[in-house]
Design a protein around this ligand. Structure first.
Ligand code: PBG
Length: 324
């Protein structure tokens, strides 16, 4: 047998493999989610997400200093409010948990890009992402509150807002309000193709945001659909989204690739809580090697076409990438 083509020639040693490597993870691609809660001197680990914590505001400066020192450029902020009500009013209160946290972070680490998750689910008594009337989530009324929430985050100093509610027209609603208030320079990162996924389970424990009745399938997308994701993304771009997002990431790599090929705009992928917990759990049982599994998973997300990866692994990955 005469073998003519020998792809193995370029797998010969580490140096050669690195020379022909097509995808390289970079700490600058990473966005680290941060949970902020009321109280004092709190750094409380989330049971289902080992290594991820809820912080009280006074503990944020030390945490964001470490994040910045690791070279991570941005955080995505989630608030755990003191009280919930029907309309999620702490979400858009100037003195809400996220608004206060943003002011403290921007003061402590001005160069850290602060992105805020804009949603109502952690703030509403019923746990849905919008206003509920007769058991239905009211779209247009919700959009007004979502836009108001985004504006209050930006007024507090947020560098970017990320609506995750999946109401129709919310990017446009946010854009119009921000532009009218003199914030036309603030970008919107839209959770454009956000699926109704089981992989959000651990997050809902972290943010206390599980719905009290029903589920989110009347606003989040059906995991079976990919053409619909293209339509959602196109709408968000037309409405003024600067960065689009696919969420979750690992079970939706095909959607990431399609979106990248089709739209070519900056694309973020959310490596969600359940994806994090799966690897953590398997690694703690000795079933998987944590470092190589995480690096492989994140590399595959980037290879699929993501420019940015929102991930709870960000701090560990930053350490691994700099000490390689
Ligand atoms: C809020 C929101 C959720 C996540 C991000 N923003 C939860 C949900 O939609 O139920 C999930 C993030 C994760 O699982 O890591 N709407």
């Amino acid at each position: 047998m005469e073998v003519i083509k020998r792809p193995r020639r370029l797998r010969y040693n580490t140096t050669v493999r690195e020379m022909v490597r097509e995808t390289c993870l970079d700490v600058k691609d990473l966005i680290y989610p941060l949970f902020v809660a009321h109280g004092e001197n709190i750094k409380q680990e989330i049971d289902s997400m080992p290594g991820v914590y809820r912080y009280s505001i006074d503990r944020l400066p030390e945490e964001v200093k470490e994040i910045r020192e690791l070279g991570i450029p941005a955080v995505l902020l989630f608030g755990v409010p003191a009280s919930k009500d029907e309309f999620g009013s702490e979400a858009y209160s100037d003195d809400g948990i996220v608004q206060r946290a943003v002011r403290v972070i921007k003061e402590a680490e001005p160069s850290l890009v602060v992105i805020t998750d804009v949603c109502l689910c952690a703030y509403t008594s019923h746990g849905h992402c919008g206003v509920v009337r007769n058991g239905r989530i009211e779209n247009d009324e919700t959009v007004k509150l979502i836009a108001r929430t985004a504006l209050s985050h930006v007024k507090a100093g947020a560098d970017m807002v990320a609506p995750s509610d999946m109401m129709d027209g919310r990017v446009r609603g946010i854009r119009q309000l921000l532009d009218g208030e003199g914030f036309s320079h603030v970008p919107v990162m839209a959770y454009s193709a956000k699926y109704a996924s089981s992989f959000y389970g651990p997050f809902r424990e972290a943010a206390h945001s599980a719905p009290m009745f029903g589920d989110r399938r009347s606003y989040q997308m059906d995991p079976a659909n990919s053409n619909e994701a293209m339509r959602e993304i196109e709408l968000d771009i037309l409405e003024g989204a600067d960065i689009i997002m696919v969420k979750p990431a690992l079970a939706y790599l095909d959607v990431i690739r399609r979106a990248k090929d089709r739209f070519g705009v900056p694309l973020a992928a959310y490596n969600v809580s359940g994806e994090y917990s799966m690897i953590k759990a398997a690694a703690s049982m000795g079933f998987l090697d944590e470092k190589t599994s995480v690096l492989e998973a994140l590399t595959s997300i980037k290879r699929a076409g993501a420019d940015l990866i929102i991930t709870y692994h960000a701090k560990e990955v930053a350490r691994w990438l700099t000490t390689r």
